[in-house]
Ligand binder design. Structure first.
Ligand SMILES: Cc1cc2nc3c(=O)[nH]c(=O)nc-3n(C[C@H](O)[C@H](O)[C@H](O)COP(=O)(O)OP(=O)(O)OC[C@H]3O[C@@H](n4cnc5c(N)ncnc54)[C@H](O)[C@@H]3O)c2cc1C
Length: 163
């Protein structure tokens, strides 16, 4: 499960001045490997200036979304996040490890729960996946989000944060 596979960038959406949402196409043969639970992350690997770099990014969509998407917020002088924001293009391929992580919970249609989450900045990304999944699967449940944004830095997901 820890092998990297080359995935093609299907779209890049600039959500704020300092963040992009990168979507990957998963070929049919790899669909099973890239099934994920809300809250999990992907590890991306690429060569930048001759160096192999790997960084993790939380999946920001629910499992039923047709494309796998991560949001990458540019950090000042951050090597990978700056490269993703400035140089990554639609059609490029990048090595992606199958989803991993335990920051998740199981949602069931019969549940009637009240969830609460606290997030700061780009920490919103796994929470977005959890909120979308909870509200899609559990019609009787509700979700309260406490989100701290640090002015003037905008949230990494822009309008997508308005659920
Ligand atoms: C499970 C997980 C999920 C994550 N999900 C997301 C997500 O959804 N979205 C997201 O945007 N990020 C996410 N991250 C963070 C992401 O993995 C990267 O850490 C982030 O993008 C920074 O990588 P970078 O290569 O751009 O920065 P780096 O080059 O690693 O630098 C990080 C910071 O350290 C500073 N720095 C570097 N070297 C030095 C030094 N020698 N001295 C002083 N300062 C230095 C840089 O200026 C920069 O500000 C996640 C991380 C984890 C572990």
């Amino acid at each position: 499960m820890s092998d990297f596979h080359s995935l093609t960038v299907a779209s890049i959406e600039r959500t704020t001045r300092d963040a992009v949402i990168v979507a990957f196409t998963v070929p049919p043969a790899l669909k099973a490997s890239y099934q994920f639970r809300p809250g999990q992350y992907l590890t991306l690997r690429t060569q930048i200036n001759g160096e192999s770099l790997r960084r993790s990014y939380s999946i920001c969509v629910a499992p039923h979304d047709p494309l796998l998407r991560v949001a990458v917020k540019r950090l000042n002088d951050g090597v990978f996040s700056s490269w993703a924001n400035e140089h990554l293009k639609v059609g490029d391929t990048i090595e992606v490890m199958p989803p991993d992580g335990n920051f998740t919970t199981e949602f069931k249609p019969g549940n009637q729960r009240h969830y609460a989450a606290f997030a700061v900045g780009s920490g919103i990304t796994p929470i977005l996946s959890l909120i979308k999944s909870a509200l899609d699967i559990e019609a009787q449940s509700s979700f309260t989000l406490f989100l701290e944004t640090v002015p003037p830095a905008p949230s990494c997901c822009g309008k997508r944060s308005k659920i």
